[in-house]
Design a protein around this ligand. Structure first.
Ligand code: SF4
Length: 84
C-alpha cells in the first residue's frame, strides 16, 4: 500500500514536472544557444515569448520564434497557456 502510494506520487510528480519545463527543455534547444538566451538569463523559461520571442521586439533571440514569426504558433506557448 505504501509503495503504491509512493509510485503514484512519483508518477504525478513526473507529470507535473514535465508540465513545468522551461522552453529550452521543451524545445530541446542546444546549450550553446539557450545559455545566452534572454529567457534563460532572465529566468523566464515559462514566459520566453516576452524575453526572447515575438513579443520581445523586432529581433527575437529565439531560433524557433524566428522560424515561426509568431510565438502564438509555438507548441510551447500553447502548452504553457493551456496549463496556467
Ligand atoms: S518560439 Fe516563442 S514561445 Fe516558443 S520557445 Fe521560442 S520564444 Fe518561447
Amino acid at each position: 500500500m505504501a509503495i503504491e502510494g509512493l509510485e503514484k506520487a512519483f508518477t504525478q510528480w513526473g507529470i507535473e514536472h514535465a508540465e513545468k519545463q522551461a522552453c529550452w527543455q521543451f524545445t530541446n534547444c542546444p546549450a550553446n544557444i539557450y545559455l545566452r538566451c534572454p529567457a534563460f538569463t532572465g529566468h523566464a523559461g515559462r514566459r520566453c515569448w516576452l524575453m526572447a520571442g515575438s513579443f520581445s521586439g523586432k529581433n527575437p533571440y529565439c531560433i524557433h520564434s524566428k522560424k515561426l514569426k509568431d510565438c502564438t504558433e509555438c507548441s510551447f506557448y500553447k502548452e504553457v497557456k493551456n496549463t496556467t
